[in-house]
Design a protein around this ligand. Structure first.
Ligand code: GLC
Ligand code: MG
Length: 529
């Protein structure tokens, strides 16, 4: 099996992981210094949100140089060190690739806006005003019109996000080649793949037609069909895949629309010649009810073509944290779900601790779209001042959360979400049924989500109690792991269990619920920080 199908991908928001130099912002040497933690945890790969040169108006998703490291995060030598140290530990490194737009400060845009005749003019999207002002009624994802007038040439430029993030024109071959070169630059340095930002925005309607309005005559993002998702997008992805495929063993992950209908999501795999993993965001938007989740998982499983490998996400830097959305009671069950479904799990940093959103007082807000800061707060490592994120005395860029939630405390607590995460990752490594097995829904009473994973005679049952009630439910099989450790004749509130129904040799286990092993087999060997 390929590495990116094996294990979990751990998503790091570099600003918030570890600050080595005390400027309050996480950095590359900070990440490198924490790689032992990630090996200890047992993830397969890390994905880093952008660290490229950027004025940080959208915290790195606005790039001024795709092949330079922003001094805030370190240097190219720091990237090389991070890659070498990660690879030495068997960890893969995936970078964020932001193709749709650059920063307004990028030299390409400086040239493009300088004059209508500049060779780089058409690297971005320029249109004449209309009588109403902007060329059409398109809106930015961040709010407001998607067009900004540039007085120098009297034309508007398009930005699907902030005005400081002008959209590149992917219909221009020069743009495509330049961006392919960016990919090769990092692939040559040894990165193991990319997470591509905002894939569906790459192409816009050639005729720049107005978006349809809703029945009240208002712009409705859900109706937008000209600003995104144009047919040729898939051809662009095929090109990006060809660039990547020249380097063996690399992966292409893609951020697509959150609520993309499953057949369209499957389309992004192409004939195994586009994205390896179009991100499946559906767990974030499905009601946390056994029935709805079962329906989702089954439908997704059935929608994927044979060559497609699934993936699952429970958090990101753009949405409220898992523990806040689902409530702290469900954290363990959610982690068990994430790591036992069929497909590659993507874990957002801190979710292994059950970190919650941290309320940000208005004067400390940093996100220009507002609202995303609470899920981006610094990783808490210890109970020291600044939680071991920044050296004592420094001022972290966002406030810290509950000081009792930290890696050191949870590493020494066998009942913690962190230790559960580690045990789940180990369990996954140890059981082919969990890694590679088929998925089959299993019957269960209301409020319980149950499914079987099977591979080569190994048959594993997962039973998740999504309610806060104890349930008198006989669970067949030999206990492998409980979210709550210890034993109990009933399925405890918010408890999840993994049991072995039959082993790889075909041996049948059908004992009544026995002693559920605590999820800390190597309790003494824990010192990640
Ligand atoms: C993606 C990123 C988000 C960013 C946006 C614009 O959605 O995840 O953080 O603001 O793209 O690049
Ligand atoms: Mg720093």
């Amino acid at each position: 099996m390929t590495w990116w199908k094996h294990g979990a991908i751990y998503h790091i928001y570099p600003r918030s992981f570890a600050d080595s130099d005390g400027d309050g912002v996480g950095d590359l040497p900070g990440i490198t210094a924490r790689l032992d933690y990630l090996s200890w945890l047992g993830v397969e790969a890390i994905w880093l949100s952008p660290f490229y040169r950027s004025p940080q108006r959208d915290f790195g998703y606005d790039i001024t140089d795709h092949t330079e490291v922003d001094p805030l995060f370190g240097t190219l030598a720091d990237v090389d060190r991070l890659l070498a140290e990660a690879h030495r530990r068997g960890l893969r490194v995936i970078l964020d690739f932001v193709p749709n737009h650059t920063s307004i400060d990028h030299r390409w845009f400086a040239a493009s806006r300088a004059s209508a005749d500049d060779p780089k003019r058409d690297w971005y999207i320029w249109r004449d005003p209309t009588d109403n002002g902007p060329p059409n009624n398109w809106r930015a994802v961040t709010g407001g019109p998607a067009w900004t007038l540039d007085p120098r040439t009297g034309q508007y430029y398009l930005h699907s996000f902030l005005p400081e993030q002008p959209d590149l024109n992917w219909r221009h071959p020069g743009v495509r080649q330049a961006m392919h070169r960016v990919m090769r630059f990092w692939l040559d340095r040894g990165v193991d793949g990319f997470r591509i930002d905002m894939v569906d925005y790459l192409l816009k309607d050639e005729h720049f037609r107005d978006e349809p309005l809703d029945r009240h005559g208002r712009y409705e993002p859900a109706l937008a069909r000209h600003q995104l998702n144009q047919p040729g997008t898939l051809d662009l992805l095929r090109e990006l895949r060809a660039v990547t495929d020249a380097y063996p063993g690399r992966v292409l992950i893609g951020e697509v629309e959150y609520r993309l209908p499953l057949p369209r999501l499957s389309g992004y795999y192409g004939q195994d010649d586009m994205l390896h993993l179009p991100i499946n965001f559906w767990l974030l938007f499905t009601p946390w009810q056994a029935h709805d989740l079962q329906t989702l998982v089954t439908a997704y499983d059935r929608a994927l073509p044979g060559h497609a490998w699934p993936n699952w996400v429970l958090g990101s830097h753009d949405i409220s944290r898992m523990a806040t959305r689902l409530g702290p009671g469900q954290v363990r069950v959610a982690l068990m779900l994430l790591f036992t479904l069929r497909g590659t799990p993507v874990l957002y940093y801190g979710d292994e601790l059950g970190m919650t959103d941290v309320p940000i007082p208005p004067h400390q807000a940093r996100d220009p779209w507002e609202g995303r800061d609470p899920a981006r707060t610094p990783m808490p490592w210890t109970s020291a001042p600044n939680a071991g994120f920044s050296p004592p005395g420094a001022r972290p860029w966002l406030p810290l959360g509950d000081p009792s939630v930290n890696v050191a405390a949870q590493a020494s607590d066998p009942g913690s979400p962190l230790r559960l995460t580690r045990a789940l990752l180990a369990l996954r490594r140890g059981h082919a049924a969990l890694r590679d097995g088929s998925y089959e829904p299993a019957p269960a009473p209301d409020g319980v989500l149950a499914y079987r994973r099977s591979h080569a005679g190994e048959d594993v049952l997962i039973t998740l109690n999504l309610t806060d009630a104890a349930l008198d439910l006989p669970i067949p099989g030999t206990p492998l792991l409980s979210t709550h450790g210890g034993t109990s004749p009933v399925l405890r509130p918010h408890e999840g269990r993994v049991t072995l129904l039959s082993g790889p040799a075909g041996s049948v286990h059908n004992e009544a619920m026995g002693r559920a092993r605590s999820f800390s087999p190597k309790a003494s060997a824990c010192s990640p920080v």
